[in-house]
Design a protein around this ligand. Structure first.
Ligand SMILES: C[S@@+](CC[C@H](N)C(=O)[O-])C[C@H]1O[C@@H](n2cnc3c(N)ncnc32)[C@H](O)[C@@H]1O
Length: 471
């Protein structure tokens, strides 16, 4: 079968496995006390992903901070955002997130006396996403992120990264972020073609992006990522080619090349696109294949699903060294645990428990006002979940996994050959009695392979559209 035929055959809706179990299958919401107890055990080293066979951890905790505000409403957007022209709510939000962090520190101190001393949390990773974090002015960015960092012991090799919209990010923001220790910047680009930009209401020319990228580099950011999307309305092979030519000129260190998720039933703005303008089927696949080919020609290497990096970038080096990790933010260079999520809709992960905050700003603020952690959803992993999580994470980050160790095998895996036989016959997977390996030809199908390990999906296939197609 040709690559095109295989892409057509396996292009089914499926999860992107930023977690296992995937969010729609979470069912055992932790109480505040269960969540805090698990985070505390993780911070003191009493529980860790190593208990499930993962490599031994380096570093301390990771923190994710969500800033939902955006100055512009980009029509394609599928994220949890709050579009506003008013700044007051964002200024007040900084105080609320700091209050949430204080509440965490207070609850952790009460849970375990070892966490009662100042700076008991060792901070190894911080990721700030949105929305548009640089919606906040430099003073508020410093107040928010500095306020969180100052109450931790910061690892000397801590890695801090942030998402930004080039249209609202100036030297002052980048300067403040560098002073706080940020070295990684992820810019939302999506597409450089003027007609596509106008159609999706995201207008930012190459000069603007060059300026922001140049300023970031000049100030000492060592890794700049561009988010690109294929499958946007009015995209053509020519427009994708010219977008990638611009990328080649600007040379970001990393690229995320996402498939446009068209979800008009969830996002009203998507209804504004004419269906006829949205590439689908073979036309969308051709955009994907052209993009991947041009990225390869420009020196970008595939790191994992949707993610590419230059060989000089730490993400590629981490993939080569077998240290890559995947979580709700995509791929990152190492696995530290626990992950504490601050801000509206943020997700935390102690490996044994997932916990997500309230998804609306009003709900989030109201819960904090009551002096509670604003948890609203989550999942306490079962023993089977943890084994399957291990394999799915290995496949997503290493393209191989092994269950030689009997502790890494559960009865559900006895039926793997039935579910994976076709992928094996098509040369996309090597499946042995105690392990699986995805050869290069199968990399584009990694999520189809993970779906065979996803017991929750296999036992209860969705009856409504929960997931988008791979391409
Ligand atoms: C959480 S958003 C925030 C980024 C930032 N505010 C910006 O756009 O400048 C992160 C990325 O998600 C991707 N994204 C947003 N909506 C999408 C959609 N409907 N389909 C695929 N990717 C999408 C975009 O590439 C975007 O840069």
């Amino acid at each position: 079968m040709t690559k095109e035929e295989l892409l057509r055959k396996y292009n089914v809706p499926g999860p992107r496995y930023t977690s296992y179990p995937t969010v729609p299958y979470w069912e055992t919401v932790p109480t505040q006390d269960e969540w805090i107890a698990s985070v505390a055990r993780s911070l003191t080293g009493e529980e860790s992903p190593a208990d499930s066979g993962m490599e031994k951890q380096e570093g301390g905790a990771a923190i994710y901070v969500h800033v939902p505000f955006c100055s512009y409403a980009c029509l394609y957007c599928g994220c949890n955002t709050r579009f506003t022209k008013k700044y007051d709510a964002a200024h007040a939000y900084v105080g609320s997130v700091l209050k949430e962090w204080d509440l965490y520190l207070d609850l952790l101190a009460k849970k375990d006396p070892r966490l009662a001393k100042p700076k008991a949390v060792r901070l190894s990773e911080m990721h700030v996403g949105g929305g548009t974090p640089t919606f906040l002015n430099p003073e508020d960015l410093k107040r928010l992120l500095g306020g969180i960092i100052d109450k931790c012991e910061k690892d000397p090799d801590a890695e801090f990264s942030i998402e930004a919209d080039p249209r609202v990010t100036d030297r002052g923001h980048l300067q403040a972020l560098r002073e706080l220790g940020f070295t990684r910047l992820s810019l939302g680009i999506q597409d450089f073609d003027p007609l596509v930009q106008e159609t999706v209401m995201r207008i930012q020319d190459e000069d603007l992006v060059r300026k922001v990228t140049g300023t970031a580099r000049e100030l000492g950011f060592t890794s700049v990522n561009y988010d690109l999307i294929y499958g946007l309305p009015k995209q053509t092979l020519n427009s994708v080619t010219s977008t990638l030519e611009a990328v080649r000129r600007l040379k970001p260190d990393r690229i995320a090349f996402y498939s446009y998720a068209h979800v008009p039933w969830l996002k009203a703005a998507h209804k504004q696109f004419a269906e006829a303008d949205i590439p689908s089927g073979d036309a969308k696949r051709a955009l994907y294949e052209t993009g991947i080919r041009l990225l390869g020609e420009a020196g970008y290497r595939e790191v994992g699903m949707d993610h590419f990096a230059l060989e000089t970038d730490p993400l590629w080096k981490s993939a080569q060294a077998g240290r890559l990790h995947r979580n709700f933010m995509g791929y990152i260079t190492r696995h530290v645990s626990p992950l504490i999520g601050l801000g509206v809709s943020s997700i935390g992960d102690s490996w044994n428990v997932f916990a997500q905050n309230e998804k609306t700003l009003e709900g989030y603020l109201a819960r904090l006002e009551k002096g509670e952690l604003p948890l609203h959803k989550g999942h306490v992993l079962t023993a089977e979940d943890k084994v399957l999580r291990y394999h799915i994470l290995k496949l997503m980050t290493r393209f191989e996994t092994s269950w030689k160790n009997p502790a890494l095998r559960v009865p559900f895996m006895d039926t793997l050959p039935e579910r994976l036989g076709e992928l094996v016959n098509d040369g996309l997977l090597e499946l042995g009695p105690d392990g699986a390996r995805i050869p290069e030809a199968g990399h584009a199908f990694v999520r189809n392979i993970c779906m065979a390990f996803d017991a929750r999906l296999v036992r209860k296939a969705p009856t409504t559209a929960l997931f988008s197609k791979a391409i």
